[in-house]
Design a protein around this ligand. Structure first.
Ligand code: KG4
Ligand code: ZN
Length: 339
């Protein structure tokens, strides 16, 4: 049977993306245009700027993806678009474009939940079978999802405040390290002693899979102030040791809570991770060790597919379409959309 070919459109946060993916798992094109530079001066994503950038760039991203794939719109079998959750301006731009393309071509259109896109990625990259446990850890998300089917997700827990990536970014800011904070804190931590400064392990003493990271950030702020040496500022080794302590605390919390989440899914075929924080070498090493201990498969898709992209949206669209989903012109953009 000829594989299906879908266009995917993603514009829910600060990446404008389009991709062409086939149902046999071939990614024919994946274009991601980030907006880091546009928001850099403001210390976070500014919704109005993001919305405008998406509106300006979506058309060309789609054109680029089709050119890379060597296809015309008429060669496609369907269009998948992120319909939420996310910043409403961006989601609206994507949904409007998808509707326009579907109307003009007569192609079927499928709305996709951004989180479902992340959660189904291990099936695109590795053909993973249900059920599995997904740990989604990025700058905006932090949750455990038990994945039983294309539309069957159970949230087992997550952060009750900051996402871990957000905490890495704020810690970098506190310690005057460059953004994004994850990679710069990781580089400093590699040269530090994680045992020198004790930091809390929030919510570890409570049952369940919920997590908290904002207290850690405040603890780092206090630690920095304690270490400050008048005119000399923060000594390089103190900064490295603080980074190592912080990264160690995040890794401890994620690993222990993952262990608990896995206990509730004895039938899971694997633990899969997604999101920018899944790039962290210490966190990856700890989760790999946990899975080795439990004799469970550990799966981390390539980073370009772990972070926001449209290939995951095209794939989730294909999976939903194959299971009978189809959206019409009534598809709405949703800022909030829990799985
Ligand atoms: O998934 P992502 O690219 O974007 C969204 O959040 O939507 O994740 C970005 C986050 C940032 O907060 C960044 O600091 C963090 O992932 N990050 C890392 C690492 N690389 C990126 N955090 C810890 N360690 C890393 N190596
Ligand atoms: Zn995402």
């Amino acid at each position: 049977m000829k594989p299906l070919t879908f266009l995917g459109i993603e514009s829910s946060c600060d990446d404008t993306a389009a991709a062409v993916v086939r149902s046999d798992g071939t990614i024919m094109a994946s274009v991601v245009e980030g907006q880091t530079a546009l928001h850099a001066a403001f210390g976070g994503v500014v919704p109005e700027i993001a919305a405008r950038a998406h509106a300006e760039r979506l058309d060309t991203c789609v054109e680029q993806a089709l050119t890379q794939a060597g296809l015309a719109l008429t060669d496609l079998d369907g269009i998948a678009v992120t319909a939420g959750p996310g910043l409403i301006g961006g989601v609206l731009s994507g949904v409007m474009l998808a509707k326009g393309l579907a109307l003009a071509t007569g192609l079927p259109m499928v709305g996709v939940n951004h989180l479902a896109g992340h959660a189904l990625t291990p099936r695109l990259t590795d053909g993973l079978k249900f059920p599995y446990l997904m740990l989604l850890v990025s700058g905006g998300h932090c949750q455990f999802l038990r994945v039983d089917g294309v539309d069957r997700f159970t949230r087992l827990g997550g952060s009750i405040d900051d996402a871990p990536g957000e905490a890495f970014d704020k810690v970098a800011k506190i310690l005057a390290l460059p953004q994004p904070g994850g990679p710069s804190v990781q580089a400093e931590a590699a040269l530090g002693d994680a045992k020198r400064f004790p930091l809390p392990r929030p919510l570890l003493d409570r049952p369940g899979c919920d997590m908290s990271f904002s207290g850690l950030k405040t603890a780092v702020l206090r630690l920095r102030d304690t270490c400050m040496t008048g005119l000399g500022g923060l000594r390089a080794q103190d900064r490295r040791d603080i980074c190592a302590a912080f990264q160690g605390a995040v890794a401890d919390v994620l690993t222990e809570k993952t262990r608990r989440a896995l206990l509730t899914c004895p039938d899971a075929t694997a633990l899969a991770v997604a999101g920018g924080v899944a790039a962290n070498v210490e966190i990856r090493a700890r989760l790999t060790a946990l899975c080795n201990e439990l004799d469970l498969r550990f799966l981390a898709p390539p980073l370009a597919l772990c972070t926001d992209n449209a290939a995951m949206i095209a794939w989730a669209g294909i999976e939903r379409f194959q299971s009978g989903a189809l959206d019409g012109m009534e598809l709405v953009a949703r800022p909030r959309w829990p799985l």
